[in-house]
Design a protein around this ligand. Structure first.
Ligand SMILES: [Zn+2]
Length: 311
């Protein structure tokens, strides 16, 4: 009995000091206390330790993170944009990838995979392993990955993926339990949400996650674990995502939407007027790949700067 009491006291003191007894369960993660230091937005930075390119790939996602000569890619854009993407990546100095993350098996996120698999050496692929029964592309990609003997790992929260120079990605969503949203598939709402941390700089990559996903994440983690200098907004700026609560907790200074508008499409679907209004209300600076071209963030871990392709 005394032993149990002693363990309980130890646990409680650990719980209040820095973490739980057994880290990684969601309630314990939420209760971790962290001192939050925030990087400042400046016109230029001392050293470009981490460079993030939110690339203009139309209504699709492809984000290149470069750290210490290593290349990491979150999503790969549309198949029809393959050639341009491979060319652009080469221009950005990419010869191989340390990691590629597939946030969910929709064509505007995994479309570039076959071309990248055939054009670059890829050391490791992270995949949510969500099932899209309508995708003919996904089985093709899996076949190519197997043929090329590339390590593929299932990615889900909670996980921490170490990058170069001590930077890391915290995997926040989805966990083992997936959510479904009425009249929608389970793909977007369960797409991969990760937060990049490099010293005081933080950036949230929301893939195509929805407000329902945001609510789940807010429930599971403390504000200090979610606050982000920069937010790559969910689902191309659609009104399905980037809710008020999400913006309140994350307190981003900058929001970026990766989107394109096709001929004949309503101009305010991506990004939606409502999302833009919410972003404005929270006093967040907004960039969009359709108007700004590539949006590039550079940071030394204390300050960060933003450059756009179309000035
Ligand atoms: Zn998408």
């Amino acid at each position: 009995m005394l032993k149990i009491l002693f363990r309980l006291v130890v646990c409680l003191s650990m719980f209040f000091s820095f973490a739980g007894c057994k880290p990684n369960s969601s309630s314990e993660i939420k209760n971790q206390t962290q001192v939050f230091k925030s990087a400042t937005l400046q016109n230029s930075v001392q050293a470009k330790d981490v460079v993030i390119h939110v690339m203009n790939v139309g209504k699709a996602d492809s984000i290149l993170i470069q750290i210490g000569g290593k290349n990491y890619l979150i999503d790969t854009g549309l198949q029809e944009n393959n050639k341009a993407l491979v060319k652009h990546l080469r221009e950005l100095g990419v010869d191989k990838f340390a990691m590629i993350f597939m946030t969910h098996p929709h064509k505007d996120h995994i479309g570039g995979m076959p071309a990248l698999l055939n054009s670059f050496k890829i050391e490791q692929i992270y995949d949510t392993e969500l099932i899209n029964p309508d995708s003919k592309l996904y089985p093709k990609i899996m076949k190519l990955i197997a043929e090329k003997h590339i390590t593929k790992t299932k990615i889900q929260a909670p996980m921490k993926v170490m990058l170069a120079k001590g930077a890391y990605l915290e995997v926040l969503w989805p966990g083992e339990q997936k959510i479904t949203v009425p009249n929608d598939s389970n793909l977007n709402p369960n797409s991969l949400v990760m937060r990049l941390v490099y010293k005081d700089f933080t950036m949230m990559f929301a893939a195509d996650s929805y407000k329902q996903s945001e609510e789940q994440i807010i429930k599971r983690y403390s504000p200090a674990q979610l606050r982000s200098n920069v937010l790559k907004v969910g689902h191309h700026g659609s009104n399905s995502s980037t809710g008020d609560d999400w913006l309140k907790v994350l307190e981003p200074q900058v929001a970026i939407a990766s989107y394109g508008i096709k001929k004949g499409e309503p101009a305010d679907k991506y990004p939606s007027k409502k999302t833009l209004e919410r972003i404005k209300t929270h006093n967040i600076k907004f960039y969009g790949t359709f108007i700004d071209g590539d949006v590039t963030i550079a940071t030394d871990g204390k300050a960060y700067s933003i450059e756009v392709e179309k000035k």
